[in-house]
Design a protein around this ligand. Structure first.
Ligand SMILES: [Zn+2]
Length: 305
């Protein structure tokens, strides 16, 4: 039986380049310096770097790594593809320590790769949820500790707030790190079609925007009511529980400044899971669509203390 990681692009650098090029440049190579697509030649010869092209419009050399999360990294491309496979395929995430041991890169490199991969997973969710009158579940959850929060005196005030939106028909999920009710209201209004059936708990901030939508169903969690007909937030709560188990068990929580990247990771896996009809190949393609224009340096990530 062939293991999922036995494909050639996971082991052979030339095959890895061909794999990434076919997905980043479906119409053929594009010069990242001038945007040119004509008069581009592949450089050959033994001493030439893997995947090197030259653009004869601007006379500059380039590879498919340029302008992507792979730029300025010394890690071979086939190792990057293994790392992406492992992050995309691990339901609750995979620690930098595990990536370090599995891939044979240093811990610092593994941490850096994982953050870049999370950037590739961040697609920003285009289009509206609940189009055609579908149900969209909305809920918020609290996790970890805010930057600069003092000792907790009960309640949620010291924790970070995460908003989740799940389109029940398409299975797409979107997660946001939010500050408070006003922000929650504007995100819901910006991400949901007005035809949507909004599903929430009884919180007053949802009541205020509920009338904007075709229907607003609210369950009364305070009275221990979790479903009334198909009015429920059980789907989004299930998605939150995977996120929280991963953040607690695998990542041991994270600094507030990194939360949006972990949210992107869990959102990507949720929206591209087997139940929505996605397989390994679809997930790899979706991630490779996200590698362009997401170059991060160690400084812009904010190196870990
Ligand atoms: Zn050029």
């Amino acid at each position: 039986m062939a293991s999922a990681l036995s494909a050639k692009h996971f082991h052979d650098e030339a095959a890895a380049f061909a794999y990434v090029e076919a997905r980043v440049w479906p119409e053929g190579p594009t010069c990242p310096h001038c945007g040119g697509v004509e008069r581009i030649s592949k450089m050959g010869g033994k001493s030439t770097r893997q995947g090197l092209y030259k653009c004869y419009q601007c006379r500059k050399p380039f590879t498919v790594r340029m302008g992507t999360i792979f730029e300025a990294s010394h890690v071979p491309l086939h190792i990057w593809l293994q790392a992406m496979y492992l992050v995309a395929g691990s339901k609750k995430g995979i620690s930098s320590n595990q990536l370090h041991r599995t891939l044979g890169v240093t811990l610092k490199t593994a941490w850096f790769m994982a953050h870049r991969i999370r950037e590739a997973m961040r697609d920003g969710g285009l289009g509206l949820l609940g189009e055609g009158g579908g149900a969209v579940e909305v809920d918020e959850t609290y996790i970890g500790r805010k930057a600069g929060a003092g000792n907790p005196k009960g309640g949620w005030g010291h924790k970070m707030t995460v908003l989740g939106l799940i389109d029940r028909n398409t299975g797409e999920g979107r997660y946001f790190h939010v500050d408070g009710g006003k922000e929650i209201q504007s995100i819901v209004l910006a991400n949901l079609s007005r035809e949507a059936r909004l599903m929430t708990d009884e919180h007053v901030m949802y009541k205020r925007i509920g009338r904007e939508f075709a229907e607003h169903g609210a369950v009364h969690h305070y009275n221990k009511e979790y479903a009334r007909g198909d009015i429920t937030t059980n789907t989004v709560e299930g998605a939150f529980s995977i996120f929280k188990r991963g953040m607690r068990g695998v990542y041991q929580f994270c600094a507030e400044k990194h939360l949006h990247r972990y949210l992107a990771e869990f959102e990507f896996r949720y929206s591209n899971r087997e139940a929505t009809g996605c397989n390994d190949e679809d997930r790899a393609n979706a991630m490779l669509r996200g590698i362009v224009g997401k170059r991060l340096t160690y400084q812009t990530i904010g190196a870990r203390a």
